[in-house]
Design a protein around this ligand. Structure first.
Ligand code: PEP
Length: 263
């Protein structure tokens, strides 16, 4: 089963109207030069800006090969007195195709536990969005030898509440917390081991879904380490933070995905 690489940029809480215009125009131009979109089965390029900028960025991206996604959504509400919340359907209306759920920053800084993450995953699908489910262990958990237990817990809580069939429209991102924004990247061997484990866990529920689900690596992926990470058989792309804020750097990662052997 061949899986289309996905290179997704998580802009986090960065940007301004002026900076976004420069970055987005650079990405659109670069994507066209690379021929992204001419072979949509080979790789997909996605940016996830802060929600307040989705509409204006969506306008710049319209008709381009760069897809739009969001970073967060409400876990259960569609409308009403929920100050600050954003319903998934509002994101779909702005042209979003994906939404990130379970990012470690939301888990640790905003107390999002496994049940909230599972609800957000379901809310995304119900709104017509593909969730990008982030899972990953902290350094202490890795050193304690509990990496696999943590990954299994985070993944199975979503499978238990949404069903394995839901993963046909979802993406998983393995993001070791100790590698996010630290400049410290998992080695290709560490990444492959975790990805293989995650795919194996999905396969315990459904082998076909497991072989078609894209599993991205996230954690200080950059132009200079993308090639070796993307060469791993179970690494189907990247979720990129810091390096997604520089057009040239992000495009170089996309170019590495274009060259990578298709898994
Ligand atoms: C992320 O936050 O999803 C991430 C991978 O960040 P960075 O690339 O900056 O480590």
């Amino acid at each position: 089963m061949s899986r289309t690489y996905l290179i997704a940029g998580n802009w986090k809480m960065n940007g301004s109207l002026a900076a976004n215009a420069e970055l987005t125009e650079g990405l659109v131009e670069g994507a066209r030069e690379l021929g992204i979109g001419s072979r949509p089965d080979q790789m997909e390029m996605l940016v996830c800006p802060p929600s307040v900028y989705l509409e204006s960025i969506g306008r710049t991206l319209a008709g381009s090969p760069v897809h739009l996604g969001a970073q967060n959504l409400s876990d259960q509400h569609r409308a009403g007195a929920y100050t600050g919340e954003v319903y998934g359907g509002m994101l779909t209306e702005l042209g979003c195709r994906y939404v990130i759920v379970g990012h470690s920053e939301r888990r640790s800084l905003y107390c999002e536990n496994d049940s909230i993450v599972a609800r957000k995953f379901g809310a995304a699908l119900a709104a017509g969005l593909r969730p990008i489910l982030c899972v990953g262990e902290t350094l202490a958990e890795r050193e304690h030898g509990s990496t696999e237990a943590v990954l299994a817990r985070q993944l199975h809580s979503v499978v238990a509440s949404n069903g394995i069939a839901a993963f046909a429209n979802a993406v998983v991102a393995y993001e070791p917390v100790w590698a996010i924004g630290t400049g410290r990247t998992a080695t290709p061997e560490q990444a492959q081991a975790a990805h293989e484990f995650l795919r194996g866990q999905l396969a315990t529920a459904d082998a076909k879904i497991a072989s078609s689900t894209r599993i991205l690596y996230g954690g200080s992926m950059k132009a200079d380490n993308a090639e070796s990470l993307l060469a791993c058989g179970d690494v189907d792309g990247g979720l990129i933070g810091g390096a997604s804020l520089k057009a040239a750097e992000f495009l170089a990662i996309c170019a590495a995905a274009q060259q990578a052997p298709q898994s």
